[in-house]
Each structure stands twice: as structure tokens, then as C-alpha cells.
Design a protein around this ligand. Structure first.
Ligand code: PMP
Ligand code: GLN
Length: 392
């Protein structure tokens, strides 16, 4: 059984959300927002349901959504993408990643992941009978031992990539750390991949939730074409994580290969939600700005609250999550703390160790780090911070 070695097991989100539900704790563990999302997006999906557009959508995705994705790539990044041959709509970024890895990875081939990594990568690499190789992020600390930031270790990446590497999975902005990789890092990753004939699969689901300057898509680098497979999803941008509408953009031959696999995962799905997302991608800049600004305010609220509760905090540059070090409070084991908190103080969070490779160095180095979701309402964050004071 694949589950026997723990690579394909119940996710940390399932475990911690179950604990939050059982104890009535505030769920700052699982990354889903509690705002409703833009009304235009919700209304467009509602209208599509009412209009009876409830049967199987076409395998590549409805034409209106593929056109909207192409227009989005052009508007935000200046990229030209052919809606017919270079886009595949998927059931979230999760299915996009699964279809991509299952299409590309032969048994025994290696896939390099930046460590810590989103947990689904390890599971799907295992399903594809691939071998995962970690390229650890570095956690910088100041003279007093306080964490100051995460950084890609290019030397470690170079070591991890060999001629056995089939793909490098890049995730920027990054879950769980909120790190954004800059153009120079991305160029290096692309160069290493090309040197070894590997693909780059880039997960950019937090592309619009950036607080420290604009996101740089891997696909915008010179030479990306044919090597880079880009994945995104509407769940985070429009606060509709339950809709599971994602997409892949890549060169036609890659899209064809991934589409062939995707047929047998779900074929197609989420017809009316695809219409909702198409409407969302076409909304004015002010909507994207508002989503970003509102999330940034709540990030700031959680960062200052965690600090007041005695945590050391690495301020995230993007995304849904803030990583905090529980060591100053006397907790060296973040996983143990996360198992206790729901019952003891009514707050659920997720240990960063759940995102690290047990074989890699970050399992130990990041053992006292805990991930809190700041994509929650200001009142939930206030309440959680009040409860967290009890840890001191
Ligand atoms: N990749 C990353 C980095 C994520 O954080 C998430 C969800 N939190 C996903 C993929 C999954 O996206 P989706 O819900 O669209 O499947
Ligand atoms: N991606 C979300 C997170 O990182 C959760 C997704 C899930 O529940 N599987 O929290």
C-alpha cells in the first residue's frame, strides 16, 4: 500500500480541520477564506446554473474561460497564450499538478521540490512512482537566533538536480512560507532545468495575493517555452476555494499530453463555476487591488498579534499564510503544539514540518515553526490572537 510509507496518507489539513471542528476551535489551519468573494463572480456562476448550463463542459474547458485566461495572461504579464492549444482547464491546481506529473514522470524518475513544499506534490510524485528530491529553502536567523526570512539556496538546488531529474516543481508565491521568488532566482532555476533536460512545473495559485511587489511568472522568462508548465487556480484570487477551477498553460505538445491524462482523472467539471471564473478574470484592476489590500491588512493584523503573543514571525510577502516560530514560547515541536492548541486554547494551526521532507534538513531546522492562515476575517484573527496570549 502506498499509504504504508506515509507519502499518501490523510492530509494535515484534514487532521487539523477535524480537530478544529471537534473542539470548536478557530480554524487558522486550513487555508480557506471566510469572505464571500466578488459578487460578480458569484452572480455569473449563479446565472449559468439558472440558465441550465449544468452538463459536461468541453474537455479543454469552456471557450469563454479559455479566452479569459489568455486575456488575463496578456493583461497582467504580456504573455501570448493560444486559448485552443495552450490552455487546459482543470479541477483546481491539485488536479493540474496530478495530471501534469502523471503525464510526464516515468517510474523512478526524479522530481525536485523546494522544501518546504505543498503536501500534494509528494503524494502525486508517489502516485506516479517518481522519486522526490528536496531542494531546501534556507531560513535566515539574526544574531539572537530570530528567524528573519526564507531564501532559495541555489547551491542546494543545483545539487538536487541531475540527469535523472524529470521536473522541478517551483511554487511562487510559496505555501507555507509566503516567499516570492524574484526574476534572478527563477532564471537560475530555468537554466539548471535546461542544463539537465528537465521540465519546470510552476504552481502560482497565489499570483494575485502579493504584498511586496508584483508576481513574476516563470513563463515570462526568455526560453521558458517548451520547458515551463504553469499552473494556477481561481480559488484564492476570488475566495472560492470550493469551486476547484484551475488551469494549465504550456506549449501545445505538453498540453496535449496532460489533457490525455486529465481525461481519465475527471474528464471535465465545474461547468457553471467556469463561467463564474471567466467573469472574475475579466474584472477591473480595482477588484484585484481590493482583494490584495484587504488580505494585506489581515496579514498585518495577524503578524502583530502573533508577535504580541510571544512568537517570532517571518512577515510573508504573499499568500494566505504567516509562519511563526514557537521556540521563544518554549515550544520546540510545532507539530505537538498544533495537536494541543485546539483543545487547550481554541485555535487550530498547521506545523511547517508537515510540508518538509522527512529526509531533508528542514524537518529539524523548521521543527518549531507553525503556519497560521491570515485569510480569515479581522474578527476571527482578533479572537484567535486573544486566545494565543494564553500560551505565554
Ligand atoms: N498549490 C498550492 C501552493 C496551494 O496552496 C493550494 C491550496 N491551498 C493548491 C495548490 C491547491 O489548489 P486548488 O484548491 O485549486 O486545487
Ligand atoms: N491548500 C490549502 C492549505 O494549504 C488546503 C487544501 C486542502 O485542504 N487540501 O491550507
Amino acid at each position: 500500500l502506498l499509504a504504508a510509507d506515509g507519502r499518501v496518507a490523510p492530509t494535515i489539513f484534514t487532521e487539523m480541520t477535524a480537530l478544529a471542528t471537534a473542539t470548536g476551535a478557530l480554524n487558522l489551519g486550513q487555508g480557506f477564506p471566510d469572505d464571500p468573494g466578488p459578487a460578480q463572480v458569484l452572480d455569473a456562476a449563479g446565472d449559468a446554473i439558472a440558465a441550465g448550463r449544468n452538463q459536461y463542459p468541453p474537455l479543454p474547458g469552456i471557450p469563454g474561460l479559455r479566452t479569459a485566461i489568455a486575456a488575463h495572461q496578456k493583461r497582467f504579464y504580456g504573455l501570448d497564450v493560444d486559448p485552443d492549444t495552450e490552455i487546459q482547464v482543470t479541477m483546481g491546481a491539485t488536479e493540474a499538478m496530478a495530471a501534469t506529473l502523471l503525464a510526464l514522470v516515468e517510474p523512478g524518475q526524479e522530481v525536485v521540490t523546494i522544501d518546504p513544499f505543498y503536501d500534494a506534490y509528494a503524494a502525486v510524485i508517489a502516485l506516479a512512482a517518481g522519486v522526490q528530491r528536496p531542494a531546501p529553502l534556507t531560513l535566515d536567523r539574526d544574531a539572537a537566533g530570530r528567524p528573519t526570512g526564507f531564501r532559495l539556496d541555489l547551491g542546494a538546488l543545483r545539487q538536487a538536480v541531475t540527469d535523472r531529474t524529470r521536473a522541478i516543481i517551483v511554487n511562487t508565491p510559496h505555501n507555507p512560507t509566503g516567499t516570492m521568488l524574484g526574476r534572478a532566482d527563477l532564471e537560475q532555476i530555468l537554466a539548471v532545468a535546461k542544463e539537465h533536460g528537465a521540465y519546470v512545473i510552476t504552481d502560482e495559485v497565489y499570483e494575485h495575493l502579493t504584498f511586496a511587489g508584483p508576481h513574476v511568472p516563470m513563463a515570462s522568462l526568455p526560453g521558458a517555452r517548451g520547458t515551463v508548465i504553469s499552473i494556477s487556480s481561481a480559488g484564492k484570487t476570488f475566495s472560492v476555494t470550493g469551486w476547484k477551477i484551475g488551469w494549465i498553460t504550456a506549449a501545445p505538445e505538453l498540453v496535449t499530453a496532460i489533457r490525455t491524462v486529465k481525461q481519465f482523472l475527471t474528464f471535465a467539471g465545474g461547468g457553471p463555476f467556469q463561467t463564474g471564473v471567466a467573469a472574475g478574470l475579466g474584472l477591473g484592476d480595482e477588484v484585484f487591488d481590493q482583494v490584495r489590500e484587504s488580505l494585506k491588512e489581515r496579514r498585518d493584523l495577524l503578524v502583530s498579534g502573533l508577535r504580541s503573543a510571544g512568537f517570532d514571525v517571518v512577515v510573508p510577502d504573499a499568500g494566505y499564510f504567516t509562519v511563526a516560530d514557537a521556540a521563544p514560547l518554549g515550544f520546540e515541536d510545532g507539530a505537538e503544539l498544533c495537536r494541543q492548541m485546539p483543545e487547550q486554547i481554541g485555535v487550530a494551526a498547521v506545523p511547517v514540518s508537515a510540508f518538509t521532507s522527512p529526509a531533508g534538513p528542514n524537518a529539524a531546522r523548521m521543527g518549531s515553526l507553525v503556519r497560521f492562515a491570515h485569510c480569515k476575517s479581522a474578527s476571527s484573527i482578533h479572537q484567535a490572537v486573544e486566545r494565543l496570549q494564553k500560551l505565554q
